[in-house]
Ligand binder design. Structure first.
Ligand SMILES: NC(=O)C1=CN([C@@H]2O[C@H](COP(=O)(O)OP(=O)(O)OC[C@H]3O[C@@H](n4cnc5c(N)ncnc54)[C@H](OP(=O)(O)O)[C@@H]3O)[C@@H](O)[C@H]2O)C=CC1
Ligand SMILES: CC(=O)N[C@@H](CCC(=O)OP(=O)(O)O)C(=O)O
Length: 345
């Protein structure tokens, strides 16, 4: 299996390198950059010393097609929409990590991303790659839109309740928190150490680009889901996302029933771990791994259900899930090359 990464110099790209370097089915991968053609990755990432010696290559789609079977585009939104059609035209399979192919309605994309949407044909052709809940076989997919980091954590947490119609769809609240690698490698006033350290920030209130993505998927599962409430916070940690979600139960439920529902829903999914009753996950318990850990609680006094899910934003929230999708596209075990034990403590 020969693979190319476009955007290797970014955090998503470097995480793909960490995975593909030890993936048993990947015989070769090449690294491409729009701005650092000919440079060594070790100039920006000395931790790759003696692991990657080849210089970065330019993004030449024909050359990539002559060398690779599949490409990961770990590039910013707006850029992917320009690159992806050219790569597909060359016959390559593509897994795009950006938001460019996730929203089926191009008007939603233009509204929430404030950018021009990509080609309609590929927008509709793209398979939304929430791996555990895929509705189509990825073996025939040419383009996979890898889900956003927050949507991955939120959707895996809500899916069993929504599919079983156990919550009032109009009462869903998703309270989410992330580490700073979610913002990519370029520093900004938002992520600057002196402003982020010892601090907790709420951002993009009612404007986050993941709102329509979460709503699109939830609505496809249950048409009664309308607008959700979703808030995002930035914490002074490197990796990790926690989503704490609340909704009113539609009927009388009890914790054993809810716990069994989650255990049953994910019994065949290696990467989704349902915690024992009363044990809640923390982000460090999935650090550097492809796991999504979930707990559920029920408050009889308010008739409200609470779900907590944690992921590593760069793994299950981006590059890990992208490789899980690659494995499925190629008909391999979905866990191949991804069985990292979380880095703890
Ligand atoms: N960080 C995260 O936790 C997550 C990120 N994502 C998405 O994944 C994608 C990559 O994110 P991330 O790695 O964090 O971002 P970074 O900003 O860290 O890296 C993006 C990379 O894109 C490349 N790039 C920039 N402009 C262009 C261009 N015009 N043409 C080609 N390549 C370009 C840059 O490399 P170079 O200049 O060398 O070409 C850069 O290294 C984004 O779309 C992001 O939204 C999704 C889920 C989670
Ligand atoms: C801290 C931070 O800024 N996180 C990003 C995470 C989104 C992301 O990484 O990208 P996609 O839009 O491709 O999903 C944000 O909230 O926008």
């Amino acid at each position: 299996m020969k693979v190319a990464i476009i955007g290797s110099t970014g955090y998503g790209g470097v995480e793909l390198i960490r995975i593909l370097q030890q993936h048993p089915a990947v015989s070769l991968y090449t690294n491409h950059s729009s701005s650092q053609d000919g440079s060594l990755l070790t100039e920006g990432y000395p931790h790759l010393q003696s692991i990657i010696d080849q210089p970065l290559q330019a993004i030449d789609t024909k050359k990539i097609a002559s060398e690779a079977d599949l490409v990961f585009t770990a590039t910013p939104s707006g850029i992917s929409a320009k690159l992806v059609p050219e790569l597909l035209k060359e016959g390559l399979k593509v897994i795009d990590l950006s938001g460019d192919y996730r929203l089926k309605n191009s008007k939603d994309y233009e509204q929430w991303y404030n950018k021009e949407a990509g080609d309609e044909h590929w927008l509709h052709e793209a398979v939304y790659g929430l791996t555990e809940w895929l509705e189509t076989d990825l073996k025939d997919a040419k383009l996979v839109a890898n889900p956003g980091c927050y949507p991955t954590a939120a959707l895996l947490g809500l899916a069993p309740l929504i599919k079983d119609r156990l919550i009032d769809e109009k009462t869903i609240i998703i309270d989410a928190k992330t580490g700073v690698t979610g913002a990519g490698k370029n520093p900004s006033p938002m992520t600057h150490f002196s402003e982020m350290n010892d601090n907790l920030k709420i951002y993009k209130v009612n404007k986050h680009q993941h709102i329509p993505e979460i709503e699109q998927v939830l609505t496809s599962w249950d048409a009664a889901v309308g607008a959700i409430t979703f808030s995002t916070h930035l914490l002074p940690m490197t990796r990790g996302i926690m989503t704490t979600m609340y909704a009113n139960a539609t009927e009388e439920v009890n914790i054993d029933q809810l716990h069994n529902l989650y255990k049953e829903s994910y019994k065949d999914d290696y990467f989704v771990r349902i915690r024992e009753k009363g044990i809640f996950p923390s982000t460090k318990e999935v650090y550097g791994s492809n796991f999504c850990d979930i707990s559920i609680a029920y408050d009889e006094r308010t008739n409200r259900i609470m779900i907590v899910s944690v992921i590593d934003n760069l793994m299950k929230g981006a590059s890990g899930q992208a490789v899980q999708n690659m494995n499925k596209m190629l008909g391999m075990e979905e866990t191949m090359g991804l069985e990292f034990v979380p880095v703890f403590p």
